[in-house]
Design a protein around this ligand. Sequence first.
Ligand code: NAD
Length: 326
Amino acid sequence: MSVLVTGAAGFIGFHTCAALLARGERVIGVDDVNDYYDVSLKEARLAVLKEGGDFTFERLDIAERDHMDTLIGRHPGITHVVHLAAQAGVRYSLINPYAYVRTNVEGHLVVLEACRKLDGLEHFVFASSSSVYGANAKLPFSVEDRVEAPVSLYGSTKRSGELISHSYSRLHGVAQTGLRFFTVYGPWGRPDMAAFIFSRKILAGEPIPVYNNGDMRRDFTYIDDIVAGILACLDRPPPADAGAPPFRLYNLGNNKGERLMDFIALIEKTLGRKAEVELLPMQPGDVKETYADISSSQRDLGFHPAVTIDEGVPRFIEWYREYYGA
Ligand SMILES: NC(=O)c1ccc[n+]([C@@H]2O[C@H](COP(=O)([O-])OP(=O)(O)OC[C@H]3O[C@@H](n4cnc5c(N)ncnc54)[C@H](O)[C@@H]3O)[C@@H](O)[C@H]2O)c1
């Protein structure tokens, strides 16, 4: 298997590349290593990937058509794609909306357009998000639910990616699967996400911002479970069923909505320090609760998330302390 992984310097991309390399696959990683968050963390992830295995890295912007076409020409034999590059983050989409449309809509199209011309392409897997469920009142969120009410531009652009992909499966017969991830955390995580922000601020003795006065639930999903789901999916391209395009969507979540305050209590316990909590109102673009129905992912992909927050949070903190010497 020769796998093109976009967003390879990112949190999920890094772990996906590492797992593919450990399996003996050839991996071509792509990332523009932008400064949405600490570039040195992205560089450090890449340094680990370059240590071993059949790994090649190309630094480029996926929304640049010429660059993507040249890249595909330079690496013949790609059989699989894991497209993870995105402008992530719900809150930043209020500040810089254009970055989301450029990477998550235009960039998604450019990657698809470059990859559909590959002779040996067997499966194109791409990242979507629980954010597509937006104001969905029904819990747990199911891939059967209508998703026409996003509450953030981030959610709108991830849904746009799904729709663009669906049309490419129908028009060009590209076998594709979209994976809707639910609040992923773990070692080498993203500095703009809860586990990271809370740990950093608690250790620095700063107050932690807690939105909606703490009345939130999240389906926190450990990175190893997500990567296991991505690899299981990659190995199972969807068939073209009678008349329907070879296209599927799945939720990858923990199937367990956890109270945010319990998550914070676990971080406090692991760090051995009490947090100073700053209770704040709900943020625009945010949702009160996320919780994944994973019945189809269990059935079709054998996806069984195994890591509870009681195990996952200490593993994250252990990495954090070691990496930052904190
Ligand atoms: N982490 C989560 O909880 C979560 C939840 C739902 C969905 N997702 C999705 O999973 C994917 C990976 O997320 P992540 O948490 O690893 O985020 P991340 O920000 O750590 O990784 C994304 C990577 O893409 C790169 N990138 C951004 N724009 C690019 C461009 N134009 N060209 C090339 N590279 C570009 C970034 O430099 C970054 O390294 C994204 O598609 C995201 O939308 C993540």
